[in-house]
Design a protein around this ligand. Sequence first.
Ligand code: NAD
Ligand code: UD9
Length: 420
Amino acid sequence: MSFNILSVIGLGYIGLPTAAIFASRGKQVIGVDVNPQAVATINRGEIHIVEPDLDHVVQTAVQQGNFSARTTPVAADAFLIAVPTPFMGDHQPDLSYVKAAALSIAPVLKKGDLVILESTSPVGTTEQMADWLADARPDLRFPQHEAEQPDIFIAYCPERVLPGHIMAELIKNDRVIGGMTPACSARASELYRIFLEGACVETNARTAEMCKLTENSFRDVNIAFANELSLICAEQQINVWELIRLANRHPRVNILQPGPGVGGHCIAVDPWFIVAQNPQQARLIRTAREVNDAKPHWVLDQVKRTLADCLIASGKRASDITIACFGLAFKPNIDDLRESPAMEVAQLIARWHSGTNWVVEPHVKSLPQKLTGLATLVSLEQALAEADVLVMLVDHQVFRDIDSTAIAQPWRVDTRGVWQ
Ligand SMILES: NC(=O)c1ccc[n+]([C@@H]2O[C@H](COP(=O)([O-])OP(=O)(O)OC[C@H]3O[C@@H](n4cnc5c(N)ncnc54)[C@H](O)[C@@H]3O)[C@@H](O)[C@H]2O)c1
Ligand SMILES: CC(=O)N[C@@H]1[C@@H](OP(=O)(O)OP(=O)(O)OC[C@H]2O[C@@H](n3ccc(=O)[nH]c3=O)[C@H](O)[C@@H]2O)O[C@H](CO)[C@@H](O)[C@@H]1O
């Protein structure tokens, strides 16, 4: 059975590029999103998120009539669900979006359809989703009972693209295919082979769910190691950047880079799904989260110490001092400020410091609401010329290009090793 019509549920950072890529391969794609503004934007051939090279793929697909968006699902041969999976206040996963998406497609499912969950999910979510669908459609057979030939094929296929490189990685990365049965995996692999140049590696749904969580937890633990080293090195008066460079000369050592903390929508969230389900066993994973989450507060302490030194040396009052933060994005060379540790540090500083607070962020035109009234967006040149204390938070290339030997201010906190 071939896939004539595909439907992608959730048209954000994952769903929109995925829908557009399928459409670019000549498939008829119906995108579904509960956000009517996003739907309207997409139907104009425009995009509501920022991702390099996505705009022209969406524009072409819409203009050629292969891709359209709507707010409610209609019949299709395959459904890919890419809705948010945040955690709640107590770090427990919030599966309400997955449930709502599953229940929204249940009425339009027909025999032979494939349903793929792409959202990053705790182990067992795919089985749970199949139960929700089975409850909603008692007239169809679902793959919970392996002996039976199911009417609906269900798989968990996580996405591992790197924001900023989504359009290339979507096609080139290997893909983990976690079917609820081998037949489900085979059907899902067939779907992804429409555009995938990487390999489809088949497993079961639970392993695929854990694989996605493992990848991001691995990175979180390794960044926590680097962040912990930065705290130790500050105590020992050792340059952590030099230390890591030296240690990485060992053929089997590859330490990541410390920073102001871990941001983004994935690495600071997904490890909690493992911790929530395995609180006794996941001690290292929990500690890594705690180490990384604590880093912005440690940076604030560093700024407080630096300001104290500045006040003693300059004889100025704190209210006369200007602190300039360099960067707000959650990582270098992007404009995404959501879940950014740099934003958190800038806010902590601005709430605490009684003098003037400046921010330099060449990737945005205005400050986000969280900093409105607390800080002022200024140019790189103004900050370098006039600020008293400089706080480097994001290693954007434009900051790396500054000749650090030409910077006059001795009062600096460098969380990214840019001025070392
Ligand atoms: N952004 C990434 O880099 C990335 C990478 C890999 C995996 N993921 C995972 O993919 C999933 C989606 O992430 P994202 O970054 O695309 O999120 P996003 O917030 O950018 O997009 C999700 C979209 O789903 C829509 N939505 C919510 N409920 C819906 C429903 N019931 N029906 C239809 N649409 C609905 C929202 O309006 C939104 O447009 C998450 O589980 C995330 O953890 C994200
Ligand atoms: C395993 C993996 O690679 N997963 C990727 C990750 O994408 P991401 O964009 O969120 O990941 P990063 O680039 O690692 O950034 C995260 C934060 O960590 C900080 N950081 C990073 C490296 C370092 O040495 N020191 C640091 O401090 C950085 O500044 C930023 O705040 O999750 C996506 C969704 O699941 C995946 O799809 C994607 O493959």
